[in-house]
Ligand binder design. Structure first.
Ligand SMILES: [Zn+2]
Ligand SMILES: [Zn+2]
Length: 436
């Protein structure tokens, strides 16, 4: 008897178990979109181990789906493994759905903090957008993660945004699988989210635009504590030797080098030699990259890294940094150094008094930085886990080595080629990185 082609083979089902950093990164909406584009039915849901996808449809479409899932995974996702198994023949569902999370123990990781993405940046500077100049905007592809997470599972109630109920507009985006903010736990807007303020030390928040006021203070040579992602920076105008010296004295910094932040890589010459190493500046961890000093380093940036032949440089990564540099770039001519090609150059050093741990809480900051900062530019989104800037030194062949693997890199694991014996390793005295 001739065997007819089995319909189950033609339109069979399979289950994919995806492991890695696949939760809280927009993974399920990506699966949902790809399945719909390939005409597949089924479902996707978070589980304790990762994400489970059930697919129904022609083998060719499922094959394309598997390929595209690896190629088009969202930017913050990291797929460690995909295990496929056939589903028993049965009734295929009518469409593709995102299902509620499964219960059970959670082993999936929290992803590291990410710099503001290109889509959010365009919203930040679009006067017609409801998040125009909003310092705490983010989406599933960017923003804080590790530093705002209190517990697993990664749901809004377990993050620093727990105290900020979503407004109807944000709620609509949060619940729409086609939206970039579908289940973006830290999403916020000026109506429902944290607020950016500027205040002089010991004073109430100043009225008016916080970013413009902070820039004025910096131009006047003041030390401004700026709240970012995993902590505060102490910022001063890097070209003002008096301000730099005052920061050094107040922070009890001795002759240790400061890192500087610039708007973009075009602002680097001629005081550093960007070279190949400058591409590390755009690494997703936006690290401080050590770059060789250029011919004018000592003239343009005196006292930043005395007696060293390198300067630590980093690019803006939090929306508030972009707002500051944008504000500086938008100044009318006649403001002296802001007219120079390099524009604004800021010393950005971790806001901890010499030798003490990072400062993260607003109240704690007011107390511990009372004798250091002249003013504060800060939002009221709590930092739940302090996280310093990562520091990277470039090596030949375009690779780099992390001297400090921190913001943007932790808590992601470093995969090893093979498992060795169990070892408990503990880091230094003040900044400890325990790992098992
Ligand atoms: Zn974004
Ligand atoms: Zn809102």
């Amino acid at each position: 008897m001739a065997v007819a082609p089995s319909p189950a083979r033609q339109t069979g089902g399979e289950r994919l178990r995806v492991t890695g950093l696949v939760q809280g990164v927009g993974f399920r909406p990506t699966v949902w979109r790809l399945a719909r584009e390939e005409g597949l039915a089924g479902s996707v849901r978070n589980t304790g181990e990762g994400v489970v996808v059930e697919l129904w449809g022609p083998e060719a479409a499922r094959e394309r789906f598997r390929r595209r899932l690896l190629a088009e995974a969202p930017p913050l996702a990291r797929i460690d493994g995909v295990a496929a198994e056939a589903l028993e023949a049965g009734e295929a569902p009518a469409d593709f759905r995102i299902e509620a999370s499964g219960r059970g123990p959670t082993t999936t990781g929290v992803v590291p903090d990410a710099p503001v993405c290109a889509d959010c940046l365009s919203e930040l500077f679009d006067p017609g957008n409801r998040r125009y100049r909003y310092a705490c905007l983010n989406c599933t592809h960017c923003g804080p993660r590790y530093t705002i997470t209190e517990a697993i599972p990664y749901d809004r109630a377990n993050t620093a945004l727990a105290g900020f109920p979503l407004c109807p507009a944000c709620r609509g985006e949060y619940e729409d699988p086609a939206d970039r903010r579908f289940h973006a736990q830290p999403t916020a807007c000026p109506r429902c989210g944290p607020t950016l303020i500027f205040r002089e030390a010991g004073a109430e928040p100043a009225p008016g635009d916080a970013v413009a006021a902070a820039l004025e203070a910096l131009i006047a040579g003041q030390i401004v504590a700026i709240k970012g992602i995993g902590g505060y920076h102490l910022a001063v105008d890097a070209r003002n030797p008096d301000a730099v010296a005052r920061l050094r004295g107040r922070k009890d910094r001795g002759g240790k080098p400061f890192a500087v932040m610039v708007a973009n890589t075009a602002s680097l010459a001629p005081w550093v030699v960007p070279g190949e190493a400058a591409r590390h500046l755009s690494d997703p961890s936006r690290p401080v990259v050590l770059l060789p000093k250029g011919s004018r380093a000592e003239t343009v940036l005196p006292g930043i890294a005395p007696d060293l032949d390198e300067i630590g440089v980093l690019l803006p990564y939090a929306p508030v940094h972009h707002l500051l540099f944008h504000e500086a770039a938008g100044r009318p001519t006649g403001t002296g150094w802001l007219d120079e090609p390099q524009g604004l150059v800021l010393v950005m050093t971790s806001a901890n008094p010499g030798g003490e741990p990072l400062v993260t809480g607003n109240a704690e900051v007011a107390e511990r930085l009372a004798d250091i900062a002249d003013a504060f530019l800060e939002h009221d989104r709590p930092i739940l886990v302090g996280c310093d800037d990562s520091v990277l030194r470039a090596r030949g062949e375009g690779s780099g080595v992390y001297l400090r693997r921190s913001r943007g890199r932790v808590p992601a694991a470093v995969p090893l080629p093979e498992a060795g014996p169990s070892v408990l390793a503990l880091g230094g005295w003040l900044k400890t990185a325990p790992c098992l």
